[in-house]
Ligand binder design. Structure first.
Ligand code: SF4
Length: 450
């Protein structure tokens, strides 16, 4: 694959932005296995030709077409896309047409670089004459990831609800695996069940996702969780509970974080990673927060148009947030009746923790305002250690580390930073082993929550 210099830096709305999918092949980068596969299955029920890209096979492509200064998730997802395209070209030969594909790369409005991934990827695609027709569709945080303009109008609301269900199910499945695997009666049984379970849930969503799937998937989930509970060896003593926070892609993408959760489990941990739902809820919560501030200002300055537009925004962020949190609560409550997986927190509670502590503020957006109170919650809430996972040089996670590291030292609570950039750090295992030793000590002194 050889690139030529990109000469045209004007982005065309025909190849990047809110691209309607139509009958194109919709390519979803794999961030978290359960969630992305359940999401793709759900979208197929809406007649969208959705595919999850194979991941981490195109790392050489990603490295070749980046300078090393980009965020690591940008490199990984670019590599995944270029690898897939290369495979498609070989499979289809002269029949390959890049205009048949739409790549999904969401974005945020900043302040960090998540809004630039798809622009950079567009530049790389434009540098290949044969890939200029391949489009990138981008849902954005500015409207709470609304699929408007991407899916057909009659499916906008139902597809967003169904996608939200897929995400919550993915979170429950992940927590189920992390709850059962450290205590399984025989090695490999949890992973085998999880693989089958994902297939079963995806099957239900693919068949019924567009048609009020909640009851059906919950029944299937009940059976899966009961099967999982039977795998637990009740004679194994509770292990140190370790929370994971940090940048969402790195903490979810097991190839990029070099299978961190399994390494922690190998050294005796029971892990709870922050959820995907946390980020989706945060995006709506932050939009609602900003709209409320706009309303207050509009009322103070007596500006009716500003008041009107603020009320519209409050509804457009507040209603989805209410829906997402209710659905999350409903699914988690039902799952927790079958097996004691960790519950998820509300974003409002994280803001309260920050306000009370005064160490950071929700006024500074990005993941730092989730990770910092997430760590403090773990330190006060029955955990025995926390790991902060992030791409090397990630701005919000470095901020998190700077704020939290001295605090955890003061609280004598085990805390570990784990930055990743694709290279193998020689002292990684030693650092994790030492951290787990501290977590064992913490467990012996303080016990752990249920
Ligand atoms: S969160 Fe970190 S990795 Fe993600 S875009 Fe921002 S700086 Fe880059």
């Amino acid at each position: 694959m050889e690139a030529i210099q990109a000469t045209d830096r004007q982005f065309s709305s025909k190849t990047i932005g809110r691209i309607r999918l139509g009958h194109s092949k919709f390519l979803i980068p794999d961030m978290n296995r359960a969630t992305t596969h359940l999401l793709a299955a759900t979208l197929r029920s809406f007649d969208i030709d959705a595919h999850v890209l194979p991941t981490y096979k195109g790392l050489d492509f990603g490295k070749k077409f980046t300078s090393g200064k980009e965020c690591y998730p940008c490199l990984v997802t670019l590599g995944d896309l270029l690898y897939f395209i290369e495979e498609e070209k070989q499979r289809l030969g002269k029949a390959f047409q890049s205009g048949r594909y739409v790549f999904f790369m969401p974005e945020s409005e900043g302040p960090c670089r998540f809004g630039m991934y798809n622009k950079y990827q567009r530049l790389v695609l434009d540098s290949f004459p044969e890939l200029r027709e391949l489009r990138i569709t981008a849902a954005t945080t500015t409207d709470g990831y609304s699929p408007e303009g991407i899916f057909d109008a009659e499916h906008v609301r139902s597809s967003k609800k169904a996608a939200c269900l897929a995400m919550v199910l993915g979170d429950v499945m992940d927590r189920f695996i992390w709850r059962v695997r450290p205590y399984e009666k025989a090695p490999g049984r949890t992973d085998a069940l999880a693989g089958q379970a994902l297939h079963r849930l995806a099957g239900v969503l693919e068949q019924h996702g567009a048609d009020s799937p909640l009851d059906r998937v919950l029944r299937e989930l009940d059976e899966i969780l009961a099967e999982g509970r039977a795998i637990i060896d009740s004679r194994v003593a509770p292990k140190p509970r370790i929370g994971i926070v940090g940048e969402i892609f790195l903490r979810m993408h097991q190839d990029s974080n070099q299978d961190l959760i399994r390494v922690l489990e190998r050294y005796g941990a029971e892990v709870v990673n922050a959820s995907m739902g946390e980020w989706l809820n945060y995006v709506s919560y932050d939009g609602l927060r900003q709209a409320r501030r706009k309303l207050r200002l509009g009322l103070k300055l007596l500006r009716p148009p500003q008041v009107k537009s603020a009320i519209k925004e409050i509804l457009s962020f507040g209603i989805p947030l209410l829906y997402q949190e209710r659905l999350q609560k409903q699914v988690f409550k039902r799952a927790r009746r079958r097996i004691d997986i960790a519950a998820d927190h509300k974003i409002g509670n994280l803001e309260k923790i920050l306000k009370q502590s005064g160490v950071f503020s929700f006024d500074i957006p990005t993941e730092a305002c989730l990770s910092i109170p997430g760590i403090m919650h773990c330190a006060c809430g029955g955990y025995n250690g926390v790991v902060n996972v992030y791409p090397f040089a990630c701005m919000p996670s470095t901020t998190t580390s700077a704020v939290v590291r001295p605090l955890m030292h003061e609280w004598r609570f085990p805390y570990l930073d784990t930055p990743y950039d694709g290279s193998c750090q020689p002292n990684r295992e030693a650092a994790i082993r030492t951290f787990m030793y501290q977590a064992e000590q913490h467990l012996a002194r303080h016990g752990r929550g249920t």
